[in-house]
Design a protein around this ligand. Structure first.
Ligand SMILES: Nc1ncnc2c1ncn2[C@@H]1O[C@H](COP(=O)(O)OP(=O)(O)OP(=O)(O)O)[C@@H](O)[C@H]1O
Length: 588
């Protein structure tokens, strides 16, 4: 990102806090005026009060120094009040903005990236950006004022000494700008390494069973070692930069002070300067050097913030689920007569998952989508639910493009049981009642339909049983039954999609569920992805897919007669069913 664009974006980001920032800056300027007055008053105190033995003048200047100190403390308290507000508010707002974006970002974003990697990057970036509000950073803006005012004061005291001092500043600026470039590139490496670490951690937690099963703990640890070593190397380079900056700063400062005392004593001997002037010159010069030091801190801090800010902006600019301009709510009372795919293609990354798919589902129809693995069945569901947008073609409801409707109102017509359903680390009841609008009777009814009721009744805490992270305390089949109960309990939906919804069910649970759903479905549309012949035979129509293309549509008998691929799927499934059946009979 270009420097100008970045500054503009930063201005935009801080615009809501402008008033507070201005107040803080004004207060900083006022307090720094006080700091400038103090050395001058000290000079007067020494030259007029102490050196000339004038007690009244001494008391007067001591009093003034004290009043200035008191006023500075008062303004400091006001500054603290405003500073506290923005330093807490900025991370709060950035976190809110980022988390809202996480929830709205398109589904495909999290297909490429590990969730913990994204979240850790975000929190890291927010923390780095928020460091812009630390007091030292804010005071660096006032530093410019301090430097100019300090230089004026120094020139007034002694211009020769001031010129010597000025000679050291370009050296400091040169060193700082060199270090800025170095540090910026090191920070980029550190950010990348930290992302790798989060990705490693995310995979490690999610894949813990596979890691143990395959005995690859040492391989995983060796990868971790590489990551941590890279991190250590980058941090060590960063520490070295900090060390060089420190050494350069203190060397220049000592060098300058030595020259100052040597040259200053020579000027005092020549009666060109008083002792008080030299003391106040030393004080003023530190007032100039201190902000120069702060500016170098600002440069270091910017080298850290710039890459973080760039990455944060990149995340905020990722595609989100924004309703199309002029989109309307899909009315719940709408009489939906038809859902239509017109020449729809879908390309994920580079792979074409659907290729000019066209079909229509009419009101009241129960249809199946069938095809070998990877033929595009779930992709059709992804498009229907608008988790992805078609690359080509259009999906319509009653001849209106589904993008005419807002995401939320459109999705509210669907009940979906996907292949993977996330289970919250909560009770069974709360996992089913995620919309928080179901009565206990409704929850029980949906559990009876999905076949979950009987096993829940056997649990000591029944519906109040906590099911662990992603339902890990339930068996695969039990988990699927609870997820299906949740799908069936969703209120006011018009269409049901079951994507291999009963794949983990035992043979008879599956038979029972399929019987019920096929005979008594109350939805306007029912779409089932299954290979079970006994279900397929009872459905109105089957859409047979192969390699992302619709090879045929028709009833079970029509497709069985005319399509060899379809017949193969059915024969394979029947063979598997016979095995399941035999296993079940044997175990009983
Ligand atoms: N998020 C994705 N990114 C990239 N490619 C994908 C993605 N999802 C699916 N694919 C690819 O698209 C093709 C169709 O996948 P899809 O999941 O629709 O098939 P499916 O018929 O549902 O398969 P299965 O029976 O195994 O569930 C596959 O080749 C798959 O590799």
């Amino acid at each position: 990102m270009k420097h100008k664009e970045l500054v503009l974006k930063m201005k935009e980001l801080f615009a809501p806090y402008r008033k507070n920032l201005i107040i803080i800056s004004v207060i900083m300027i006022i307090t720094s005026i006080g700091s400038f007055l103090t050395p001058w008053l000290t000079k007067q105190l020494i030259d007029i009060g102490i050196m000339k033995g004038n007690f009244l003048q001494t008391v007067f200047y001591v009093g003034l120094i004290f009043i200035i100190f008191f006023a500075q403390q008062l303004f400091g308290a006001i500054q603290f009040y405003y500073y506290r507000n923005i330093s807490l508010r900025i991370p709060f707002d950035l976190n809110n903005q980022a988390c809202k974006h996480v929830l709205l970002v398109r589904t495909k974003y999290f297909k490429d990236r590990n969730f913990s990697e994204v979240m850790s990057e975000l929190f890291q970036d927010i923390s780095n950006i928020s460091s812009l509000t630390d007091t030292q950073f804010l005071s660096s803006f006032v530093s410019l004022f301090k430097i100019v005012a300090g230089l004026v004061a120094l020139f007034l005291i002694n211009w020769k000494l001031t010129l010597i001092m000025l000679a050291t500043i370009p050296i400091k600026v040169l060193i700082s700008s060199y270090l800025f470039k170095k540090q910026e590139s090191i920070y980029k490496v550190i950010m990348r390494v930290q992302s790798n670490f989060s990705a490693w951690l995310g995979d490690g937690i999610s894949g813990i069973v596979e890691i143990k099963l395959w005995g690859i703990i040492n391989k995983k640890l060796s990868k971790l070692n590489d990551i941590l070593e890279n991190s250590m190397k980058a941090k060590s380079r960063l520490m070295f930069c900090g060390y060089i900056d420190n050494v350069a700063g203190s060397t220049l400062s000592i060098l300058f002070t030595c020259i100052l005392y040597l040259f200053g004593s020579w000027l005092i001997q020549k009666n060109e300067m008083s002792i008080g002037s030299l003391v106040s010159f030393v004080s003023y010069s530190s007032l100039v050097f201190e902000p120069i030091g702060i500016i170098s801190y600002l440069i270091t801090q910017l080298s850290l913030v710039k890459p973080a800010f760039e990455r944060f902006l990149r995340f905020l600019s990722t595609d989100i689920e924004n309703d199309n301009p002029g989109s309307i709510e899909l009315p719940n009372s709408m009489d939906i007569k038809q859902i239509k795919f017109e020449n729809v293609s879908l390309v994920y990354d580079e792979e074409k998952a659907l290729d000019h798919v066209s079909f229509t589902i009419n009101k009241g129809e129960k249809i199946a989508i069938i095809g070998f693995n990877g033929s595009g069945k779930t992709s059709i569901v992804n498009l229907l639910l608008r988790f992805y947008e078609p690359t080509e073609g259009v999906i319509k409801i009653n001849n209106n493009d589904i993008r005419t409707y807002t995401f939320e109102s459109y999705r509210s017509m669907w009940s979906l049981m996907a292949q993977d359903n996330y289970m919250f680390n909560d009770t069974i009841k709360n996992n089913i009642n995620i919309s928080e609008e179901l009565s206990m009777d409704e929850i029980i009814e949906s559990c009876k339909k999905s076949g979950a009721y009987s096993f829940i009744q056997e649990l000591p805490e029944k519906f109040e049983t906590r099911i662990g992270y992603n339902g890990s305390k339930l068996s695969g089949g039990q988990r699927q039954k609870v997820a299906l109960a949740r799908t069936l309990a969703r209120k006011n939906t018009k269409a049901l999609i079951l994507d291999e919804a009963t794949s983990s069910y035992d043979y008879y649970s599956e038979q029972n569920f399929n019987e019920d759903i096929v005979s008594s479905s109350c939805y306007i549309f029912t779409i089932i992805i299954t290979h079970r012949p006994e279900v397929l035979k009872k459905l109105d129509r089957i859409i047979y897919l192969d390699k992302g293309r619709v090879m045929g549509t028709g009833t079970f008998d029509e497709l069985y007669e005319s399509m060899e691929g379809f017949r193969n799927i059915i024969v394979n499934t029947q063979n598997k069913e016979m095995q399941d059946h035999a296993v079940h009979a044997f175990s009983n």
